[in-house]
Ligand binder design. Structure first.
Ligand code: SAH
Length: 218
C-alpha cells in the first residue's frame, strides 16, 4: 500500500513546506512542528501523492476540500493551542486540521455534516495514535452542547454569520476562529468571549473556504 508509506522524499517535501509557511509569516513553532510531523499525503487520494506538500487546497470526497496548509497553520496559530485545551472543530473534511490540533495535545471534538466524510472517519488511519480526537455527524451550527463549553472553537468552512449557539458553547476567555463570509472571500475573525456573554472581535487576512451549510447531508 504505497499510499501509507512516509518516505524520505515525503519527509523532505514536508520540511520544504515548513519553510514556505515560515516565509508566509507562520511563527508558532508548535504549529510548524505538528505540520512537520503529520503526513498530509495520507489524508489525500493517492493520485495527489506527488503534490500533497504543495501549499494548496485539494479536492476530497463529497465535493469538499482539504484546506491549504497555510490556512491550517494560520487558523491553528490564531487559536494559541495549549495541551489539554478542549477544542470544537466545525468541518472535519479530510481530518487533516483536526489531526494537527490533536498532535498539539488538545482534546478535539470535530463535526461533519456530510455523511460520506463522517463515515470515512470511522476508518481513520491514526485512530490509535490520537485517542484525543472524537468524530461527530451533525450540523455545526448546533455545536455539541452536551460536550461544551470549549476552550477554543474553529470553523473550517465559510460562515455567513457567527453561529450564536457556538458563542454560547465557548468558555469565557476562549477563542473562536472563523472565516466570515463576504462573497468570494472570507475575512478571518478571532472572537474572544467576555464575562457578560458578549465578545470582542479581531479581523485578520482574507481566505477562501467552501460554504458552511445548514443541516445534515446523507
Ligand atoms: N477541516 C477540513 C476542511 C474541510 S472543508 C480539513 O482539514 O480537511 C470544510 C468542511 O466543512 C467540509 O467537509 C464540509 O462538508 C463541512 N461543513 C460545511 N458546513 C458544515 C456544517 N454546518 N456542519 C459541519 N460541517 C460542515
Amino acid at each position: 500500500m504505497r499510499k501509507y508509506e512516509d518516505t524520505y522524499r515525503h519527509k523532505g517535501l514536508r520540511k520544504k513546506l515548513i519553510d514556505v509557511l515560515r516565509d508566509k509569516g507562520i511563527t508558532d513553532e508548535n504549529v510548524l512542528k505538528a505540520i512537520n510531523t503529520i503526513p498530509r499525503h495520507y489524508f489525500l487520494d493517492s493520485a495527489f501523492d506527488e503534490i500533497a506538500y504543495e501549499d494548496r487546497a485539494f479536492p476530497i470526497a463529497a465535493e469538499q476540500t482539504i484546506s491549504q496548509p497555510y490556512t491550517v497553520a494560520y487558523q491553528t496559530q490564531l487559536l494559541q493551542i495549549k495541551p489539554f485545551d478542549k477544542v470544537l472543530e466545525i468541518g472535519t473534511g479530510s481530518i487533516y486540521q483536526a489531526t494537527v490540533l490533536a498532535e498539539m495535545g488538545a482534546k478535539i471534538f470535530t463535526i461533519e455534516r456530510q455523511k460520506e466524510l463522517f463515515d470515512k472517519s470511522k476508518h481513520f488511519i491514526f485512530k490509535k495514535e490520537y485517542p484525543n480526537l472524537k468524530f461527530f455527524y451533525g450540523d455545526g451550527y448546533e455545536g455539541l452542547p452536551t460536550y461544551g463549553p470549549f476552550d477554543k472553537i474553529i470553523i473550517t468552512a465559510a460562515a455567513p454569520f457567527i453561529p450564536p449557539k457556538l458563542i454560547e458553547q465557548l468558555k469565557v476567555g476562549g477563542f473562536m476562529v472563523v472565516p466570515v463570509d463576504e462573497g468570494a472571500h472570507q475575512r478571518m475573525v478571532r472572537l474572544t468571549k467576555i464575562a457578560d456573554g458578549g465578545y470582542t472581535e479581531e479581523t485578520f487576512e482574507n481566505f477562501s473556504f467552501v460554504p458552511m451549510l445548514t443541516g445534515k447531508n446523507g
